[in-house]
Design a protein around this ligand. Structure first.
Ligand SMILES: *[C@@H]1O[C@H](CO)[C@@H](O)[C@H](O)[C@H]1NC(C)=O
Ligand SMILES: *[C@@H]1O[C@H](CO)[C@@H](O)[C@H](O)[C@H]1NC(C)=O
Length: 322
């Protein structure tokens, strides 16, 4: 036995050498360069949420993939506010990936702000574009003519999370603090006292029990109401009965419109105490009494803008504070 083994040794060594050599070659040369790995498939099936899930402490490891999801229906342009929000999410949370879900066919990253994104290798290497059909109906009911695009986004964010899990953000959510502490929960939602839940930030495992229930609430769809299905109905039908289905965040995701308006009015606002804030920049025309002084935000007007949003934008754009 010994004898036969040692005669085979050189052959064995050679074989191992060839295998190791090829593997090294494969890792270095053949395998495409992928610096930030997201094991989608692993996350999809590895964690099953059970009925006793502790919504107060969560678990001791990450169960939400580090993917930030944005939805861009009908418009794939990147505007200044979109760019600031993207930079803030990168600077202050640094996810593995950003998925842009869009129904724009062959969406191209063109225009000034996309060019700036491409120039930032760390950021650009994390971006993936996923084609997503915009829904036009739900359970056989046609989506509204006026707010259909918003309702389509409300529905799609739930479906996206059900497919991948991750962190859904509205395009105008500015991330202030790292969000890892929320990646240990089944589902995290901002639900302020005596309010409806805020659906502009949803952090969830793909198997979160609330996601199919939430989608199911669309069996009663009110096309003429902006936030009935987005927030009112899921709060009443699900959260009032089963608050344990979410880790409830109060205030920290900046869902409160009254808080957001301070970004444009209160120089002393303590915005850093929040984890995220909804910028609501497209609502400034009626929300912001100083709107007429600075109707447009861009890389020029922001340099001297005196309210908190100015400081926030300059910070992530590496501009000097005046
Ligand atoms: C990209 O970065 C390079 C080097 O920092 C700079 O010279 C160039 O102007 C940048 N281009 C754009 C479009 O920002
Ligand atoms: C956890 O669930 C309970 C209901 O079981 C609820 O009263 C409580 O608000 C939830 N806590 C958090 C932090 O979400």
């Amino acid at each position: 036995m010994m004898c036969r083994f040692s005669r085979r040794l050189p052959f064995l060594t050679l074989s191992v050498g060839v295998i190791v050599g090829f593997f090294t070659y494969w890792v270095i040369v053949i395998r495409p360069y992928k610096p930030y790995k997201v094991d989608e498939a692993g996350f999809m099936d590895s964690y099953t949420v059970s009925a006793g899930f502790d919504n107060v402490t969560g678990v001791d490891h990450f169960i939400v993939p580090d993917i930030i999801h944005f939805i861009r229906f009908r418009n794939f342009q990147l505007g200044f506010i979109d760019y600031v929000a993207l930079k803030a999410a990168m600077r202050n949370h640094r996810p593995d990936k950003f998925y842009f879900h869009t129904d724009v066919k062959e969406a191209k990253c063109e225009g000034k702000y996309w060019e700036w994104v491409k120039n930032d290798t760390e950021l650009w290497s994390r971006i993936e574009i996923k084609y997503l059909e915009m829904p036009t109906e739900i359970f056989g009911q046609k989506l509204s003519d006026d707010s259909g695009i918003y309702h389509a986004s409300d529905i799609s964010r739930l479906r996206i999370l059900k497919k991948y899990g991750g962190i859904y953000l509205d395009n105008d959510c500015y991330v202030i603090q790292p969000l890892d502490k929320y990646r240990k929960f089944e589902c995290v939602v901002n639900w302020d006292e005596d309010q409806f839940l805020g659906n502009q930030v949803i952090i969830a495992n793909k198997n979160a029990r609330i996601l199919p229930m939430w989608l199911n609430t669309y069996r009663v769809y009110r096309s003429d109401e902006w936030y009935y299905n987005g927030g009112e109905r899921p709060t009443q039908e699900i959260l009032h009965r089963h608050p344990e289905l979410i880790h409830r965040v109060k205030g920290s995701f900046g869902a409160d419109t009254g808080v957001s308006s301070n970004l444009y009015t209160d120089p002393d606002m303590d915005w850093r105490r929040l984890d995220i804030i909804h910028l609501l920049a497209s609502h400034r025309s009626y929300m912001d009494p100083n709107f007429n002084i600075t109707p447009v935000f861009d890389e020029n007007t922001i340099r001297t803008y005196p309210y908190p949003f100015g400081e926030m934008a300059r910070e992530v754009l590496d501009m000097p504070q005046p």
